[in-house]
Ligand binder design. Structure first.
Ligand SMILES: [Zn+2]
Length: 176
């Protein structure tokens, strides 16, 4: 991320500097979307090579999420220089639950402030600005809109938003 000057670390008044940031291995790729939904900066790792995954994590201060036990044996991780979470389950609902529990995340942290596709901070848009960009029914019934500066996708708190938030709530309460 960048290009937003001094405000790049503050989204909707929330301090992003102290919040954990993630790099998500391809073997647990579905976690990326859920972390972004909560507002946590989550980069999807496209490469194949473990050392570049660990190098990015170290350079950018990201927590590694992976199913790969070999990565966990790397020196930067065993020495504590890079934080990594070995994801236990194959099932993505359990995976997100594990991450929430182990890292003490709050599912309401900064909901819907990042683009689910690009990991970019969304920008608020006035209703009139999106008139041509959203379906007429959405324009009529919604009042708050945000847009991704990278892919131009428009977000609003419709039924899909509510359904995803409910699922997140369910995942985070699983054992409570
Ligand atoms: Zn986007």
């Amino acid at each position: 991320m960048g290009g937003l000057g001094g405000e790049k670390n503050i989204i909707a008044g929330v301090d992003m500097v102290s919040a954990p940031k993630f790099i998500v291995d391809t073997n647990v790729g579905r976690l990326t979307k859920w972390l972004r939904l909560m507002g946590y900066d989550a980069q999807f790792f496209h490469g194949r090579d473990d050392s570049s995954l660990v190098a990015i994590a170290k350079a950018e201060g990201r927590v590694i999420l992976s199913r790969d036990t070999h990565i966990m044996k790397r020196r930067l991780i065993t020495s504590g220089q890079v934080k990594a979470v070995l994801i236990q389950s194959d099932e993505h609902e359990r995976q997100i639950h594990q991450v929430i529990e182990e890292l003490g995340l709050d599912y309401r942290f900064n909901l819907f402030t990042l683009c689910l596709e690009c990991n970019q901070p969304l920008v608020r848009r006035k209703k009139e600005e999106v008139k041509e960009l959203v379906p007429p029914y959405v324009f009529k019934t919604q009042s708050q809109f945000r847009q991704c500066p990278a892919c131009r996708r428009i977000y609003w708190r419709g039924t899909h938003w509510r359904a995803m938030t409910q699922r997140l709530k369910k995942f985070s309460n699983k054992t409570k």
